[in-house]
Design a protein around this ligand. Structure first.
Ligand code: UDH
Ligand code: NGS
Length: 286
């Protein structure tokens, strides 16, 4: 049973609550469409998305409001492929979701985890959300029974990716797609802001979750299945040589570094047809 004080119903004016598990609408295994989609085709392919990127059920009121936060820099092809896959999945799941693309402006080295903190803060400035799903741009879900909802414990959705032969690569892995209620994310003090470049930030997040004595809720492997759209390592996201050193102090830093210390300059907020696009500048100097 979900704790009733954790979140409110979305205020669409529709009284009938949506089923928590809309089994009649779900397909199960999905094809995982990987062909390119032009952004100008999104309105024709997905006409029911509201400006700013909100998808919500038309005949019932969703149980919670979900913000889907996508960390981003120069991965347009992946972004439109992802949206083309998850918009219809959100509709079948009867989720009330809004897509946020959090773009890091150049020239600073990419910082995925800091962008999650930015997304959380900026989404809450625009609307009230109960659940935050942090979603890599290149992961295509392969089963719509993997419900994009939050639960009593933080959720790790991407448990079985093609690049790991559809298995969890290691027990503490929380990379790819994770979800937190607002309360959970505040309690862990979000992500660390210190991981510039590739690697380690997701392992730091595991330490934060575990240190606050949460468990990690995961779907079965055949449900939490994803394909990654293949790509090379990005310029501006080189391996972070400091990552193992940083990881050693993850638990000590948790309460004094993270969501409560993030610094960034917000350059723009745009309500585009299928997403809210927020561009920020991060500085490496602490
Ligand atoms: N991302 C961008 N642009 C970038 C870098 C990262 O949008 O320039 C975002 C995007 O949402 C991506 C996520 O951050 O899905 C994670 O980055 P990634 O896809 O580069 O990470 P992943 O571990 O693949 O999936 C890295 C391939 C190279 C690993 C080399 C290790 N030595
Ligand atoms: C670990 C990294 C994680 C990364 C995971 C999977 O070693 O950030 O590999 O990597 N941790 C450290 O480097 C400390 S992958 O197979 O996607 O290249 O997510």
């Amino acid at each position: 049973q979900r704790p009733s004080n954790e979140r409110k119903r979305a205020g669409t004016g529709v009284v009938e609550p949506c089923p928590l598990y809309p089994t009649d609408d779900l397909i199960g295994r999905l094809a995982g469409l990987k062909e390119c989609v032009a952004p100008e085709d999104l309105p024709r392919l997905h006409p029911y998305v509201e400006k700013g990127g909100r998808v919500r059920p038309t005949n019932c009121t969703a149980y919670e409001r979900v913000a889907i936060i996508i960390p981003f820099r120069n991965r347009y092809v992946h972004l439109y492929i992802l949206l083309n896959n998850i918009i219809p999945m959100m509709q079948r799941q009867k989720v009330d979701a809004r897509f946020f693309v959090i773009e890091q402006a150049p020239p600073t080295i990419f910082n995925r985890a800091a962008l999650f903190n930015v997304g959380f803060i900026e989404a809450l400035k625009l609307d009230s959300f109960d659940c935050f799903i942090f979603h890599d741009v290149d992961l295509i879900p392969l089963n719509d029974r993997n419900l994009y909802r939050c639960d009593e414990h933080p959720m790790h959705f991407a448990v079985a990716m093609d690049k790991y032969e559809y298995k969890l690569p290691y027990k503490k892995y929380v990379g790819g797609v994770v979800g937190f209620t607002k309360e959970q994310y505040l309690r862990i003090n979000g992500n660390s802001n210190l991981y510039f470049g590739w690697g380690g930030e997701d392992d730091d997040l595991f330490e934060r979750i575990d240190n606050k004595e949460y468990e990690i809720a995961r779907p079965y492997l055949d449900v939490g299945k994803y394909d990654m759209v293949r790509h090379k390592q990005d310029k501006g996201n080189e391996d972070n040589c400091d990552r193992r050193r940083l990881l050693r102090t993850a638990r000590q830093r948790q309460d004094t570094e993270g969501l409560n210390t993030i610094k960034y300059k917000r350059k723009s907020v745009e309500l585009r047809s299928h997403m809210t696009w927020i561009t920020v500048q991060l500085d490496m100097a602490e």
